[in-house]
Design a protein around this ligand. Structure first.
Ligand SMILES: [Zn+2]
Length: 134
């Protein structure tokens, strides 16, 4: 669905907060190749996020974590950093990837429409509507 086109750039700092709880903060930046939902051409999506992870050592500690932090469960003394980064990147992927300025134009020729006095633009629209309806 999406391919990471360049290695994710991650800067992380770990420090202790009040009562000795461990926190990791940092910045995450990566690029992903996705398909534009408008023109169906490849589009490069920049993924950026500020990281604020709180290390927890059990499921119950997750409940106590401050709400502005994402819990990282430390298992057997290992911080699953790689997993956490991948999870973060997946969350950043847009559901509807699109080019910022997308060549979505699908009629490139302009056609002049002669709207005479007895044929109002609304009449033209009505005629179009009838055509589609039949
Ligand atoms: Zn596009």
């Amino acid at each position: 669905m999406a391919t990471l086109s360049s290695g994710a750039k991650v800067t992380l700092r770990g420090y202790r907060e009040l009562y000795g709880s461990k926190v990791i903060v940092g910045e995450l930046q990566a690029e992903a190749q996705m398909t534009c939902r408008r023109c169906l051409e490849p589009v490069t999506v920049v993924l950026e996020s500020s990281i604020r992870w709180g290390l927890v050592f059990s499921e119950s500690e997750m409940q106590d974590l401050e709400k502005d932090m994402d819990p990282i469960l430390v298992e057997e003394g290992q911080i699953p950093l790689r997993q956490a980064i991948e999870d973060e990147l997946v969350l950043l992927l847009p559901i509807m990837p699109m080019h910022e300025s997308c060549k979505s134009e699908w009629i490139s020729d302009t056609e002049s429409v002669d709207i005479s006095e007895n044929k109002s633009p609304f009449a033209v629209l009505a005629a179009l509507k009838n055509e589609q309806g039949s």
